[in-house]
Design a protein around this ligand. Structure first.
Ligand code: NAD
Length: 456
């Protein structure tokens, strides 16, 4: 058996016997559920994260992410086969290293690959023959091969022979109670057959199915295509909402009826814009890489700017509705919402998650305040807005209670993120005016008195 085959064979056997030790770099919304899934499927797993608070909370068995089962982390830690550490030296002990660090945008809205490069540099310091490194962060096609591989090879080891290298995109959907990390098929791609085989073996061992593709770049493109598809369709449905409204047709009813077609149609629903660390970011990675490769993505770019414009369109619409109800013309300039108190329900970027990254609710809050409104929020996941977000001036604000007395204090209550917990019946009874960007009242069969509900 030659040198290459022996590394390949021995990692293959370790995976088959579930004796391979797994390390996950980055224990965020993606890395932590993935690490727990590897542990659940019998692999000894170590999470490496730079954040000391997160590491401590995990090792104390804290729940950390609200939609994980409350005792899941505690049970894993108690077993002695799952742990978190800040110490990157743990990477030397691992047979398989999964990279799940952030891939945000720069101020210029271009890919910010600093976290991926830093993680690769850390791994390179501990890399040894026979290991497999899998990048999971959403990146542009070519990043694993042209950015991560040279960093890992700088010490002299070669990908595909001394160590194995692959890309597998994350499809984690925080808060989704139908699909979790284990039940979502995993696309896997690598540039050499040995890495491809090993990454497929590993994911077949921990998730419901692995979908091999011919290269790392193909797997990278899969992720960006999935998210760009959503970006374009969300922009489309928001455009349809506005156009159909002008015709007195309810877009929600149209979508429900169209969705009965058994082929060729997939429902998307209007909302307050897009948010999170993923859907708004991936199309920017794709657009950047397309331009770099001498191509273009005009449709995707248009969808991105349409989606970005939704919160300020909603703010303007709310101002117009309030002015009309007050019997006044909407001031063209200045602060038409001066003296108006508005309560935003749901500040997270999507229902039932404690994540405000790129949340359209925060953009809307900021826009309404620029128009002069006094804005409060209610969100069971954010009793207090943390420091260090995209709107530092909002840090420290607190969630207002959803009581009959409190609801009466606002000129309007706007549902932005339809968390499951709030009592929408109470809102329907007590609010002077309700703006509903999620169709939550109709979906829940709650009647709001005539004229007091504005679907938007
Ligand atoms: N959140 C989602 O819904 C989602 C879904 C699919 C894909 N993704 C992609 O997955 C990747 C991770 O996203 P996330 O939401 O889990 O991010 P996150 O911000 O929740 O977590 C990232 C973690 O990585 C840690 N970290 C950063 N640099 C590190 C380093 N050098 N070494 C060790 N730890 C480091 C941070 O402390 C943090 O805990 C991104 O590329 C994202 O686009 C996210």
């Amino acid at each position: 058996m030659n040198y290459e085959t022996s590394h390949h064979q021995s990692l293959k056997q370790l995976i088959a016997a579930r004796d391979a030790r797994v390390a996950v770099v980055g224990l965020g919304y993606v890395g932590l559920p993935l690490a727990l899934t590897a542990y659940d499927e019998g692999f000894d797993t170590t999470g490496v994260d730079l954040n000391p608070d997160r590491v401590a909370r995990i090792n104390q068995g804290g729940q950390v992410i609200s939609y994980l089962a409350p005792d899941r982390i505690a049970h894993a830690v108690e077993s002695g086969r799952f742990r978190a550490t800040q110490d990157a030296a743990a990477l030397a002990e691992a047979d398989i290293i999964l990279i799940c660090v952030p891939t945000p945008l720069t101020d210029a809205q271009d890919p910010d690959m600093r976290f991926v490069a830093a993680a690769a540099q850390t791994i390179a310091q501990h890399l040894r023959p026979g290991q497999m490194v899998v990048l999971e962060s959403s990146v542009w096609p070519g990043a694993t091969t042209t950015l991560v591989q040279p960093i890992l090879e700088a010490g002299g080891l070669r990908a595909g022979s001394d160590f194995f290298l692959a890309f597998s995109p994350e499809r984690e959907d925080p808060g989704n109670d139908k699909f979790d990390t284990h039940s979502i098929p995993k696309v896997v791609g690598a540039d050499d057959p040995q890495s491809r085989q090993l990454v497929e073996d590993f994911y077949r061992a921990i998730v419901t199915s692995a979908v091999p593709v011919s290269s790392a770049a193909t797997a990278e493109a899969v992720k960006l295509v999935e998210n760009s598809f959503r970006t374009v369709n969300i922009a489309l449905v928001n455009e349809l909402k506005t156009a159909l409204e002008a015709m007195d047709v309810d877009v929600w009813e149209v979508i429900e009826a169209a969705a009965t077609k058994p082929f060729g149609f997939m429902p998307f629903y209007p909302g307050p814009g897009i948010g999170g660390a993923c859907i708004p970011v991936s199309p920017a990675y794709l657009a950047w890489r397309a331009a770099d490769a001498g191509s273009d993505t005009p449709l995707i770019n248009l969808a991105r700017s349409s989606n970005d414009a939704v919160p300020s369109m909603l703010a303007a619409r709310m101002a117009a509705e309030l002015a009309a109800r007050n019997g006044s013309a909407l001031a063209e300039t200045g602060q038409p919402l001066t003296g108006q108190r508005i309560l935003l329900m749901g500040i997270a970027y999507k229902r039932d998650v404690e994540d405000t990254r790129r949340s359209p609710a925060l953009v809307l809050l900021d826009e309404l305040e620029k128009l002069g409104a006094e804005v409060d929020y209610h969100d069971p996941y954010f009793p207090r807005l943390p420091e260090g977000g995209e709107y530092p001036q909002l840090a420290g604000r607190t969630s207002q209670p959803l009581t009959a007395d409190n609801l009466k204090r606002y000129a309007a209550v706007a549902v932005i993120t339809d968390h499951s917990a709030p009592d929408y019946g109470l809102v329907a009874r007590e609010a002077a005016l309700v703006f509903d960007t999620r169709n939550v009242f109709e979906k829940q069969g709650i009647r709001v008195a005539d004229g007091r509900l504005v679907k938007m």
